[in-house]
Ligand binder design. Sequence first.
Ligand code: ADE
Length: 261
Amino acid sequence: MIREKHPRMIFDILTIFPKLLESPLDEGILRRAISTGKISTNIVNIRDFAYDTHTMTDDRPFGGGEGMVMKPEPLARAVESRKTNSPSGKVILLTPQGRQYTQSVAKELAEESHLILVCGRYEGVDERFRSAYVDVEISIGDYILTGGELAAMVVIDSVTRLLPGVLGCTDSAEKDTFYRNLLKHPQYTRPRIFQDHSVPKELLSGNHGVIEEYRFIASVKRTLERRPEFMKDVVFSDKEKKTLRRHKLFDAVATLQSRAV
Ligand code: ADE
């Protein structure tokens, strides 16, 4: 196994529940990315930076109200401790109030070399920490988690698989659902017949051109059915436009694309 000298990406994860993050990093592709030195991950316990006798990381909100707020000092010290050797680290706060996380945000983050992920808990973090230390706020969707840890794992997982050399098969990331904004075509494996349903004959033809065309058309149909709004950003080659015409899909695609202009 070839080990990189310098990791392509350092992830620091600041949390008060370090155990929540350990096992996802210890399996599969993330584990391999760590052991080959493609990424390095440090789980930082925010409590280690709370210096009062009760190592308190949260307190009641000024002005009253429900819940607790994460105190600014432990968070600030924890971030500073990770920045000492790497001042350009990007500080990301995981919060339902953040920018919506998408594949294009993952691609932007994959260009960085050091991400410091701050996992919020309780009712939120003190605003003075947020405004002085946080570069980007990210939400992974319009629902409320019990904390930012699972959201941080989503970011780590989706960014890591985009880094060069992380996925075994070189073109896997390029065949992703979001690579061209087309949804992925359906996939089949053995057996050829399952509960009376056969694998489409095109995929059994052994003819590369027939297979490619089948998959392309299946992707377009799936996108039209499930996520028509994606179609406006898809660029089709002249050859693909001809194929769409042959399958009587060109007008449906063109309508969605022109509506977007
Ligand atoms: N923390 C709680 N809910 C969250 C969400 N949807 N995204 C990111 N962080 C969160």
